[in-house]
Structures are given as C-alpha cells and as structure tokens.
Design a binder for this molecule. Structure first.
Ligand code: ZN
Length: 732
C-alpha cells in the first residue's frame, strides 16, 4: 500500500512538471510566511532557539516585612525593607514600586474609565459596583519611604506605581540598594466586590467572624527587563502582575486565636501552634489521606470567642515572585505530605465550615494531584508546600498559596455535581498557576495568555487525569467553537495586551482559546510525544526567569523540528476560525475500469488518458490489476472557508460498512490556503467522507464537513428529540 503511494506521487510529480501551468492569479499567501516583524529580533539575551542567551540577566528583590492585621477595623499596617539587586547593564537613577491597592483609591483611573450604560443588567451591576467602590476609603497610605540609614527618600506616586528617586544611581551589573516603606490600607470587602477583587475579607453574619485573604498588600518592586525597561503599564484591575524573584521573610501579627496560611515555610511553629497541632502535623507527614490539624469542631469552638492577645507567625520563602496570606479563627486546616517527582511536598487546605463537607473531601487531594500532573508536564514542583484556601476570592494564585471559591455547599451541606466540578477545576487552576506564572514568570500585565492559556491547557490535562469524564470547561476543541464563530469585528487576537481585551472576551480569548490551540497542537498537529518534549523544554528553560511570547514560540519549534509559524500566525496573531468545507468529490474512473458503479453524489470523472498511459508505463504489468482492482481514486475538493490553517482529517466510510481516518498535515494548504484538491487512493469503494469526525480542530461549521451533505440537526431538533441532551453537550 505504502509503496503504491510513493509511485503514484512520483508519477504525478512528473506529469505536473510536464504540464506545468501558470496559475490564473499569481498567488502570494502570508499564511505560511515566517513570523518576521511580529517577533523581536533574537539577541544574546534571548536567543533564536527560544532559550535565554549568555547575556541574559534579571533583577531581584528580597523582602523583609512586618505586618499587623486589625480584625476590628479590617485594615493592615505594615513596614518592609526591600533589598533590590540591579543585574542589568544599566545604572538605575530611580526605582519603580507597584502600589496595587491604589486600584481601590476613590480617584482610581479604573473607575474613571469604566464604561457601561444603565439600560442592561450588566450596566446596572457595574454602576452598583462603581458606587460601592467610590464610597470605600481604599488605596495605600504611604507613611514613609526611607533609605537604609533611615533618611527619607524622595518618592512620587503615579497612580498605581511609585517612583523612588535614588540619591546616587544604582550601579549596573550587581549594584544593591536597601530601602524601607511603611504603609497602611483598609481591606476591601471581597465577598461584596466580585469584579476586581483578588484579595480582601468576607464577613460571616451568623458568627460575626471574618476570613481574610490578603494579596497585593505590600508595595512590590516592578520588573525592570531587557524587553521593556521598567514595566510601566498601570494596574487597571484586569491585566495581572509582573514581579521579580527574591527571598521573603514575613512576620504576620494576628489575633492569637487566628490560624494563618501563607507563602513559604513557618519558622516558629512552637510559638504559634499547640502541642496537639504539632503532633498532628507529624502524623500528616506519612498519612495516606489528609489529616486534620484543626478540626471543624475546634474551628467552631474558636468562632465563639475572640482573643484579646496577638501572635506573630513568621514565614520564609525562597525564590518566589510574590507573597500572600490568609487568616481567620474560622479556619479548619488539613494537610498531608505527597511525593512529587521524588520530593516530599506539603499539600494543605484552609477553609471555614461553610465550605464543608465539599472542602474536606476534595481540596487537599486536588492540590496533591495538581502538583503531580503539572510536574510531569513542566518542571518538578520546587517549593516545599502548596496551599488551597477557601474564602471570598473566586480564584487567585500566589506562590505556594491560592484562594479558591467557585461555589459553596448549601447551608445543609448538600451540593450538586456542578459545584463539586467547579471547586475541583478552580483548585487545579489556581494551584497550577504555581508553574505559570509563579515559576515560569511571564509578564501577566502584558500577556494574559502566557500564564492563563498555558495553565488552562495543563488544567485540562489534570482534569482528565482526575476523571476521564470530567466536565472540562475549556480544552476540547469543540468548546471554543461558539467563540470562534463570533462577530469577526469584535474578536481580537490572543496576542493582544491584557488590558485591551474586553471583559466579555477575556475568558475565551486569554484562557480557552490558547488552551484549545495548545490542545490542537498537541493532539492534531505535533502529536503528544513531540509536543510534551518541547513544552517541558520551554518550561525548563524559563523556570525562574521572565519569558516572552517569542521565547515560547521559538522553543516549541526548536525542540520539535517543526516550523509552526503558520500555527502561531493563525491561532495567536489572527482571529479567523477553522472552517474547512468538503465541497465536492470526484471518483476518478480509469478507461479500463468497468466494475465500479457511480455512487450517490460522488461524481465520476475519467482519468486523463495521458496520465493513465504514463501510470501504466511505470507500473508495467501490475498496472491493470492495481488500477482496476485495488485502487479507487477520489479527488476531494476542499475549501478553507474560515481562513485559519488546519490539518485535514478525513474519515472515509466504505460501502462495506468499514471506515478509516486519513490525516493530512496543515502544509497541504501551503501553495493555496483557500482551495485545494487532494487525490486519495483507497482500497475499497467509498460511500461517504467526513472531515474532522472527532471534532478535534475547532471547525466552526460541521454542516460542510460531510460528503454527500448530511442534514445537520438544528438546535430545535436537538431539543425536540433529545430533550436536554443537545443543550447539555454545549455546556459541559
Ligand atoms: Zn488563572
């Protein structure tokens, strides 16, 4: 069979040469052009192969922070010393510090630039948000900025950032400066403010207690990089963060009856935990199931009274880009140690009783599962602990700790499958962010897809490993179809800056579409083995560094020997959808061929006698046998209606009831990305053809995938015939 293919193609090649025709319109297509102007030129910092070059550098920021939580006023008072190291080749006359809490300042540009109308529910919702926000006394009070001798440093607050002017420039290539900042702010009510809140408190009316999830809480160094100097895009609430790595020592003072969860390892367990807690932690090291360090009963007891004294929890974290923490007397705490790529890691969860029984059943196990799956696909999890906290924040990630809330059981403890799946999904997602962007530290303010897209892709793999029938929201190609079908004037490419993506498009554009693209790349374009190798290579190269999109695109190509520029161009730089139409099919009849009947809509065409003679000349004595008995030649006329280049997957259904799948690479479109004819030779007579039978390419129109055309059920038919089956299919 294979031999015949080679011979036939050689034949065709010869014939084409003989009859080479000038195309009607000289065709120049950009779809297979290399990405030129779209990507920055490689250099000694970022190489052409996608890896960091020998002149790669990055700056670092080490923090020593003392913070006190006021449980009466829901506010923070803190001081920090930042030690900043300038490894760049340039002396720095000033430093930029991020003041993310200023998002909640009454004068915030985020509020001023909100647009909505009061004529729809979304607008009304935004208006209520706006009124609430502008009544809240939010934002930083910067109390002082001093050098290491305690002398005030000049600083300028520019919205959500602060410039600190140095008396003498910080020397290039290793200059170090220390300075300290004192500040305070009022904590936002995260439960009431769902839109922009990545941290805040939740008040529980029944027992009059709070759960605090505290993040973006300290003035954080901005990234100064080889790509854009100081990251100077303001925090508008949507595009997340760009942060340098460093070591942290953080002392957190809270009411003595609070339980604290934080980035890093607790340094003073004897001072803050009871002997019973310590004993249980010891048991959890070898337990097969999560062990309660604080049980629900104990947490419920703690809810009833309020301590007058305080305790200070001290944490250290090495080589992280951020630090977050949570605190409450309501916390139940469970933990276990898991082996991840041969290393013991703590998987832990903290949640109020309102999360149970769902949380005690799932959270820590999902944390452990996530670490294992992600480590397998990227790099081995390098930190000593991974935490999932249940509180007011819907889903947000920080190094070693994440805040998760996608639903809560009913007050009687019952919950449906949807709530359970959403909880598992969000924990996988937020814990998964440890890898992207906490370790593979991309600039979130610039490119949401680099962490959200890659993470949503791995989230899908982790969900499927958790349960092969898991109702994943993104990942499978068919899930992105409705978005890709959208109004082309409103769609923006994945390669759009985070702040320029409309709120309604943000999820599909920055999460689902890149996740789907990577899934298509892995399953349909590259194959799992090649993709997984290249993806791991990218992760390994850029772990604890700052990758840019080009580093990802180039690494994936370099490690796989595949030119994927057409793929990035179509999926990441464009908005066109996949829609391939099988317009018509011809059955090529040879002059000697008598025993094949015409089939339905598949029209017959005689093979050009000249070609036929040539084939016979090459195949010699076997020609008649081959052409008349064993080979059925079909010409498939395909058009690329959608525009996005895609491999062509053809299911051939034979008349005898059997079928097979033929996979043709995307390069089939390289001469003409709009219309092609592909001749395939098959061993048996065909009754029908179907493109993309397993819906793996995100083809937006199934109706033109079949030949002869098939009547596709309408949404109405689906409802009528299958009750809810059709609709559920859309949503799962
Ligand atoms: Zn995310």
């Amino acid at each position: 069979m294979k031999k015949q293919v080679v011979l036939f193609l050689m034949c065709c090649g010869m014939v084409v040469n003989l009859f080479a025709q000038t195309p009607k319109v000289p065709y120049t297509s950009s779809k297979f052009e290399q990405l030129g102007a779209e990507l920055p030129s490689p250099n000694n910092t970022r190489m052409a192969d996608g890896s960091p070059g020998h002149e790669y550098w990055q700056n670092r920021a080490d923090y020593n922070i003392k913070v006190e939580l006021d449980d009466e006023k829901q506010s923070i008072k803190a001081s920090e010393t930042i030690t900043y190291t300038n490894n760049s080749p340039k002396d720095l006359p000033y430093l930029w510090v991020q003041l993310d809490q200023n998002l909640f300042d009454k004068q915030s540009d985020t509020y001023k630039s909100l647009t909505y109308s009061l004529e729809d529910n979304f607008g009304l919702f935004m208006f209520i948000e706006y009124m609430r926000r502008t009544n809240f006394d939010g934002g930083y009070q910067i109390l002082s900025v001093k050098d290491k001798l305690g002398k005030p440093l000049k600083f300028t607050i520019q919205r959500t950032m602060m410039r600190i002017d140095l008396p003498t420039p910080l020397k290039a290539k290793g200059g170090i400066v220390s300075f300290s900042i004192d500040w305070s702010f009022n904590i936002t009510d995260a439960a009431a403010d769902p839109i922009y809140t990545r941290s805040g408190f939740e008040f529980f009316e029944k027992d009059k207690n709070y759960v605090y999830e505290i993040a973006q809480w300290f003035p954080r160094m901005a990234v100064y990089s080889d790509v854009r100097g100081w990251q100077h895009k303001q925090f508008m609430g949507r595009g997340e963060f760009a942060l340098p790595f460093g070591n942290y020592e953080v002392a957190i003072t809270v009411p003595a009856d609070h339980i604290v969860a934080a980035t890093g390892e607790l340094q003073n367990p004897l001072a803050v935990l009871s002997p019973e807690h310590l004993k249980r932690l010891e048991q959890a090291k070898t337990a097969q199931e999560p062990v309660f360090i604080v049980s629900q009963k104990e947490a419920e007891e703690a809810e009833k009274k309020k301590a007058n004294t305080k305790k200070t929890w001290i944490y250290k974290a090495q080589n992280v880009r951020d630090f977050a923490w949570a605190s409450s007397r309501k916390f139940i705490w469970d933990a276990m140690q898991v082996s991840v790529e041969g290393k013991k890691v703590w998987a832990m969860s903290y949640y109020p009783k309102e999360g149970n029984p769902l949380w005690e059943r799932t959270s820590t196990k999902v944390v452990a599962h996530t670490l294992k799956v992600y480590s397998k696909h990227s790099i081995a999890y390098p930190y000593p602990v991974a935490i999932s906290v249940h509180g007011p924040v819907g889903g947000m990630e920080y190094p070693m700790i994440s805040f998760n809330n996608q639903g809560r059981p009913n007050p009687d403890g019952t919950y449906d499958k949807k709530t359970e799946a959403a909880t598992i999904s969000v924990i996988i997602h937020e814990v998964g962010h440890n890898f992207f962007p906490m370790i593979v530290n991309s600039d979130e303010r610039q490119w949401t897809w680099m962490d959200e897209g890659l993470n949503s892709f791995l989230q899908y793999l982790a969900e499927k490993e958790w349960d092969k029938d898991f109702p994943s929201q993104s990942g499978p190609a068919k899930k992105i179809v409705s978005y890709m079908k959208g109004d082309p004037k409103k769609l923006v490419p994945i390669m759009t800056n985070s702040e320029q993506i409309d709120l309604m498009q943000f999820g599909p554009n920055a999460y689902s579409k890149p996740a789907t693209a990577l899934n298509v790349l892995r399953e349909t374009v590259m194959g799992r083995e090649l993709f997984d190798y290249a993806f791991k290579e990218y992760s390994r190269r850029w772990a604890f560094k700052h990758p840019e999109p080009a580093d990802f695109f180039r690494s994936m190509e370099d490690a796989s020997a595949m030119d994927l520029d057409w793929f990035w161009r179509g999926w990441f730089f464009g908005t066109e959808p996949v829609d391939i139409s099988l317009d018509s099919v011809f059955f090529y009849k040879t002059p000697d061929n008598k025993n094949v009947s015409e089939n339905g809509n598949i029209k017959m065409k005689n093979i050009n006698p000249f070609i036929y003679t040539n084939i016979k000349g090459i195949l010699g004595a076997d020609a008649n046998k081959a052409l008349n008995e064993n080979v059925y030649l079909y010409g498939l006329h395909l058009s690329n209606v959608g525009g996005l280049i895609s491999p062509v997957i053809i299911q051939v259904n034979y008349k005898d009831g059997t079928s097979e799948i033929i996979r043709l690479p995307a390069e089939i479109w390289r001469y003409n990305p709009e219309n092609i004819t592909k001749v395939i030779h098959l061993p048996k007579e065909v009754s029908s053809f179907a493109l993309d039978p397993h819906l793996e390419t995100a083809d937006i129109d199934e109706a033109n995938n079949h030949f002869p055309r098939k009547q596709m059920p309408s949404q109405f038919d689906k409802i009528k015939n299958g009750a809810n089956a059709g609709i559920e299919e859309e949503e799962d």
